[in-house]
Design a protein around this ligand. Structure first.
Ligand code: GCO
Length: 417
């Protein structure tokens, strides 16, 4: 069998600003985390203090053997108040991207990873069409400052996540903001009201999807006009959907609501970002609980590393553009389980490549043990351990194994782990 990886195959690891930087005080999530009665397990606080430690993280990733770093820039830092752009924040990100280049890492930059500036969320968030315009304006400013240093750009991270979680039966379709009193309290604290205050993840799933779809298309055009020349795409939350016992209709409905609008829009993109962690099984009545005998992870879903194969195939089939696996990984305290997960997942990737599917790169989620949103610091997705007291970074065996795959641009399941 011919070597399946292209010479320029991208091997990387990913993080998101709010999950690693620390003290994202102008963001909506910061307020939500600190509102009495919050559903967040704990506040993000200093996170991994990457704001100050980015050079160390970039050096670590490069030394492990990786060729790319997927990170996000934080809108709430860049435009903390409407129309006031912080040149200091943009300069900070210039230094981060320059550090990637110095260490031979191709920066893959995500312009939005869940968090908004608080003023955006207070004034309609992702339920308001205004946010698509505001997002495009922020992208224009940010790419103007950073574009020459960008190698891959993702407009939005998982804009289909609320739709996807509601189709999987995890969240109600109208979102949880109406049901969770702390959201109304947070709205009041920033001078908004529950109707207008619309944070990502907590608001109406389909409305969010539609506004974000518009935002993606507008910002794609903005990012393409440069400066810099780089592929532009969107990343999607894609669980492998499997029909059992008459579940075909429900499965089709789920894909049509959460994946297809973006996959179809991606036909005009340069790539489609696939992010996969597990699978969802559908029966005649809808989503099914975990199958007996299949381990359930700390996130509440099944240990199912082979899910990546089905999601890559589906995305490539509908979007008809090259695929980038922009996230794949597992939250576990047991790195041996993580190694086994990556062994299976990379085998699934290879099987797609052997069938001629055009996959251009693979990013492990995540470089660091970091802030897992509502779950706080409980779930550990990192290939690098972060000591919560000292912030010391220690690569786990999975980091060395993936780094070796990256350095050799070759994967052999027999010697992985
Ligand atoms: C998401 C995000 C990441 C998560 C990761 C693990 O998929 O929710 O892109 O921010 O941390 O997926 O749950």
């Amino acid at each position: 069998m011919a070597h399946p990886f292209r010479d320029d195959f991208i091997w990387g690891a990913a993080t998101a600003a709010h999950q690693v930087e620390g003290n994202n005080t102008h963001s909506d999530f910061w307020l939500l985390e600190h509102t009495p009665g919050t559903a967040f397990q704990e506040p993000s606080g200093d996170a991994c203090d990457q704001l100050n430690r980015y050079a160390e993280d970039i050096a670590l990733l490069a030394d492990l053997g990786f060729g790319s770093y997927r990170l996000s820039i934080e809108w709430a830092r860049i435009e903390p108040e409407e129309g006031h752009f912080s040149v200091a924040a943009l300069e900070h990100y210039r230094r981060v991207l320059a550090a990637c280049h110095e260490r031979g890492l191709r920066p893959c930059v995500t312009f939005h990873h869940f968090t908004n500036p608080l003023w955006v969320t207070a004034d309609g968030g992702w339920e308001s069409d205004r946010t698509a315009d505001r997002f495009a304006r922020y992208c224009e400013r940010a790419v103007g400052h950073l574009g020459d240093l960008i190698e891959v750009a993702c407009t939005l991270n998982e804009p289909n996540l609320p739709a996807s979680l509601s189709m999987a039966g995890v969240l109600p379709a109208q979102g949880i903001k109406q049901l969770a009193p702390f959201v109304a309290a947070a709205a009041q604290r920033c001078g908004s009201d529950l109707e207008r205050f619309s944070p990502f993840l907590l608001s109406d799933a389909l409305r969010t999807r539609d506004v974000m779809l518009a935002a993606h298309m507008r910002s794609r055009d903005v990012l393409r006009s440069g400066p810099g020349e780089f592929p532009v795409g969107v990343t999607l939350a894609m669980q492998d959907c499997v029909a059992v016992a008459g579940g075909e209709e429900k499965l089709k409905e789920a894909r049509a609501a959460s994946f297809d609008p973006f996959l179809e829009a991606a036909r005009e993109d340069d790539f489609i970002g696939v992010q996969t962690y597990s699978r969802t099984r559908f029966g005649a009545e809808g989503p099914l609980p975990a199958e007996e005998g299949v381990p359930v992870l700390v996130m509440g879903y099944e240990y199912w590393p082979q899910a990546l194969e089905g999601t890559i195939r589906y995305a490539a089939d509908v979007a008809r553009v090259p695929v980038l696996v922009t996230e794949n990984g597992i939250g576990t305290d047991d790195d041996a389980q993580r190694v086994a997960y990556y062994r299976e997942a990379l085998s699934a990737l290879v099987s797609c490549l052997e069938d001629g599917i055009d996959v251009r790169g693979y990013y492990a989620w995540s470089l660091l043990d970091n802030y897992e949103w509502l779950f706080g610091y409980g779930p550990r997705f990192g290939i690098v351990d972060v000591d919560r007291e000292t912030q010391a970074r220690t690569p786990k065996p999975s980091a060395h194994l993936l780094g070796r795959v990256a350095r050799n641009n070759a994967f052999d399941p027999g010697t992985f782990g």
